[in-house]
Design a protein around this ligand. Structure first.
Ligand code: PMP
Length: 350
């Protein structure tokens, strides 16, 4: 076997992406609705000759659009090729393990341990309460290299109130980064963005994949103090100075500026989620309270893997996690009303 670092890696395994289109796809938290029609208009009229040139390296116009939407200055916005890339830069740039381990919740986004291994960062998992909520009192305030947590958490979907994020920041050493991964914040969570002015060690990471229906475009961003954004830019420019292409920059800008369309899509998904949760409860399913575009659900007497397998036979894809403590659950993305009705019909058969 060839020698090399790759021999020691355990890569992240994303949910299935079947290309034949026969499945109702509720396994990777994509948005069931298309992105703003302004993108179609732009792409169909696009000057293809523009692709001869490199993209604008600082994603200036996109950063300005996001800054305006968030009430921040563009210097507080960093853009990356999907939030996974932004997260990778965050792990590399801020979590060096020198002062102790990185802390993240026990059940959380399963890419965090993968990045930790990739960059050789020791980590500790902070246990959740019995109801799967995060207790910020369980995070150590000192002797760590930093903290990362999603809000709402994934795969549970449970949101943390802003007051808890504030308490976490207040108790954490100011020279340690607190990274809040807000991939799903638009679906009912309380954002930590208002705390950015007060805490220069807070970084909020976001994505266009879920609320903006642009998972295929690969676009993510981070919001934080200028010093943090400059540090991320240094990491990016040491790795790939043009990670975000011309089309992604423009489409992202169009999505951010079409506030009304984005709001409508999110409202529809929230309404479908609440209806689905009610109907599933009537069928005897137990569902954790979700502030996201997915729910974490289980039913007595059947494992997550069995649910997954039986639904797949009926051409419905959900995600299960073969991990002690959550192996009874499946994570179900909220699709259209019609898709959720098909799922409910299949759930009745289980
Ligand atoms: N954070 C969390 C918590 C996620 O679930 C995901 C989606 N897998 C991401 C970040 C990454 O999203 P993307 O790279 O599509 O922006």
């Amino acid at each position: 076997m060839l020698a090399g670092r790759m021999n020691n890696l355990t890569p992240y395994v994303p949910g299935e992406q079947p290309q034949d289109g026969v499945y109702i796809k509720l396994n990777t938290n994509e948005n069931p609705y298309p992105p703003t029609p302004r993108i179609k208009e732009f792409l169909s009229g696009m000057d293809i000759a523009r692709l001869k040139l490199y993209p604008e390296p600082t994603s200036k116009l996109l950063r300005e659009a996001i800054a305006e939407a968030e009430g921040l200055s563009p210097e507080k916005v960093f853009i990356g090729n999907g939030s996974d890339e932004v997260l990778s830069f965050v792990f590399f740039g801020f979590f060096d393990g020198a002062n102790g381990p990185l802390q993240f919740p026990e059940f959380t986004y399963s890419f965090y341990p993968v990045y930790s291994q990739f960059y050789d960062i020791p980590y500790t998992k902070v246990s959740l309460r019995d109801d799967f909520s995060i207790d910020i009192n369980d995070f150590a305030s000192t002797g760590t290299t930093g903290i990362i947590l999603p809000n709402p958490n994934a795969p549970t979907g449970i949101g943390l109130p802003l007051a808890d994020i504030r308490k976490l920041l207040e108790k954490t050493d100011r020279d340690r980064l607190v990274a809040v991964d807000e991939a799903y914040i638009a679906f009912g969570g309380e954002t930590a963005v208002p705390l950015i002015e007060e805490f220069d060690n807070l970084l909020v990471i976001r994505t266009f994949s879920k609320s903006s229906s642009l998972a295929g475009l690969r676009l993510g961003y981070a919001l934080g103090n200028e010093k943090l954004v400059n540090a991320l830019t240094t990491v990016k420019d040491s790795f790939n100075s043009y990670p975000v292409d011309f089309m992604a920059q423009k489409c992202g800008e169009l999505a951010v500026r079409d506030i009304e369309y984005g709001r409508d899509v999110i409202q529809k998904i929230i309404a479908t989620r609440e209806r689905f949760v009610g109907e599933a409860a009537k069928l005897g399913w137990y569902i954790l309270p979700s502030s996201a575009n997915f729910v974490f659900a289980r039913k007595d007497g059947i494992s997550g893997k069995e649910i997954y397998t039986k639904l797949k036979e009926r051409k419905i894809l959900v995600r299960f996690f073969d991990k002690a403590g959550i192996s009874d659950f499946v994570r179900i993305t909220i699709g259209t009303d019609t898709e959720m009705d098909s799922l409910l019909a299949a759930m009745k058969m289980l």
